[in-house]
Write a protein that binds this ligand. Structure first.
Ligand code: JHZ
Ligand code: SAH
Length: 405
């Protein structure tokens, strides 16, 4: 039995992936013999409905000056964050006297939109290399981990915030109570805290098990987020589904009683109860569903190898670390991974050591099959590669089921 990070209730895990490396530890050859691993299991707490990793590596092993994920590698995500910033500007009627704080601002993909509108903003980003890129865009950044004590120092040095924003960061933080206390301190009386994360309902519905890796300690639902907010005298006031990262949810939180609660919240909670996300049964077949994808994909890759086909992968994602390591995808099944991110290139994937090559070489590679590790960006990538893939080359995807396109 393990203790819930939210309510301290005891819970059991429902899926066990075995020992996993750090998802973003793309390493040079000389560092491959010394890889850190941790036991990756996921559980569901019946009391507060939070789905969570049982163990997680210390935060400094994941977020540091060589962090490998740069947000601005997708044009679709650039547009998404422009719209996100715009939605919040309209909601809060932001102006030149307002103040916006983003938790986990990475390379500035969101805040750059406030800078161009002359709306004062501050990024909090502990990974120094990505923070440096945002500084070059004229964004003011504190390179520390956000928590309650940092929030207290921000209100002394700056002011309280009209909006606190965060995307794909809240689900990364096991010390989430300190974050919520920090939000409570930092948020103006009529301020909003708006964040997005991969949505539990879709992870279960699509068996998108690769959303589970070291960085993703929580899979949120409206049920669990409203419980968590309530503990801190905050309130979930709106929810909005997003197509990003394979299915996400945008949650809007305010001080308790400060704003009207949208019908969207009650409707989503009702839907989640109908789907049974508040009961262990919803999670009972998850491990078997993952194993079905595993056996189908490995069978396909082995038969392609026997036929002498050339198989490469596209997108050295964090998610692919779970896929490759749990399924046992070695370089003899998938030759290499092409990726546009310089820091990942000419290194090896965590655990399975598949070579990561610069995207520039993809069009000379002449593969028969391309395994799409960045399946969440399928629309953008398949459009971009349409001509190249047209003469007899095929995509392989595996969420929700193994499919040759
Ligand atoms: P992508 C990361 O997950 C980590 P990952 C993190 N934990 C999280 O939650 C989300 O991001 C937000 C490359 N690429 O977005 C760039 C191309 O090569 O699926 C990236 O390396 N060509 C914070 O890593 C990878 O694929 C392209 O055309 O699973 C995509 O990574 C495009 C669009 C991407 O996130
Ligand atoms: N918001 C961006 C980046 C997500 S990557 C996007 O959606 O694309 C997750 C980021 O959260 C990393 O850059 C990591 O350094 C940062 N992070 C992790 N813990 C944090 C904390 N306690 N406070 C602020 N940022 C944190």
């Amino acid at each position: 039995m393990s203790k819930c990070l939210i309510c301290e209730n005891e819970y059991k895990s429902f899926v066990d992936f075995g020992d996993m490396p750090i998802a973003n530890a793309f390493s040079p050859k000389e560092e491959l013999s010394d890889e850190y691993t941790f036991p990756m299991k996921v559980g569901f707490c019946k009391n507060c409905n939070m789905v969570q990793l049982v163990d997680q590596p210390e935060r400094e092993r994941m977020f540091h000056e060589n962090y490998a994920f740069f947000s601005s590698t997708s044009n679709y995500m650039m547009d998404h964050f422009k719209k996100f910033a715009n939605d919040v500007s309209e909601l809060q009627e932001l102006k030149e006297q307002s103040f916006v704080v983003e938790i986990g601002s990475n390379d500035g993909i969101m805040l750059q939109n406030f800078v161009t509108e002359n709306i004062p903003c501050l990024g909090i980003e502990p990974s120094k290399n990505v923070a440096e890129v945002s500084r070059e865009k004229g964004i003011n950044v504190i390179t520390e981990f956000f928590d309650q004590s940092l929030a207290e120092s921000i209100i002394i040095e700056y002011q309280k915030a009209d909006a606190i924003l965060s995307a794909n960061v809240m689900c990364h933080i096991p010390y989430i109570h300190s974050i919520y206390e920090g939000v409570k301190v930092l948020l103006k009386d009529d301020g909003v805290f708006v964040f997005e994360d991969p949505y539990l309902g879709e992870v279960i519905e699509k068996t998108s098990f690769d959303q589970i890796y070291d960085e993703h300690v929580f899979l949120f639902s409206a049920l669990s987020v409203s419980y968590l907010a309530n503990i801190h005298e905050l309130q979930l006031i709106d929810v909005e589904h997003q197509v990003t990262h394979g299915g996400s949810m945008r949650y809007t939180i305010a001080h308790k009683g400060a704003k009207k609660v949208s019908d969207n919240v009650t409707k989503l909670i009702k839907k989640e109860k109908k789907l049974g996300l508040n009961s262990s049964e919803a999670y009972a077949s998850f491990a078997d569903d993952v194993d079905q994808i595993k056996s189908d994909l490995i069978k396909l890759l082995k038969s392609l190898k026997e036929e002498g086909k050339k198989v490469v992968a596209y997108g050295a994602t964090s998610k692919s670390t779970t896929v490759a390591n749990y399924f046992g995808i070695t370089p003899d099944l998938v030759e290499c991974i092409y990726d546009t991110t310089p820091i990942k290139q000419n290194k090896f994937s965590p655990g399975m050591h598949i070579p990561v090559l610069p995207y520039d070489q993809f069009h000379q590679s002449d593969p028969d099959y391309v395994l799409l590790f960045a399946w969440n960006h399928a629309t953008e990538i398949m459009k971009k590669e349409k001509d190249y893939m047209s003469n007899g080359k095929h995509w392989i995807t595996y969420i929700p089921k193994v499919k040759i396109n």
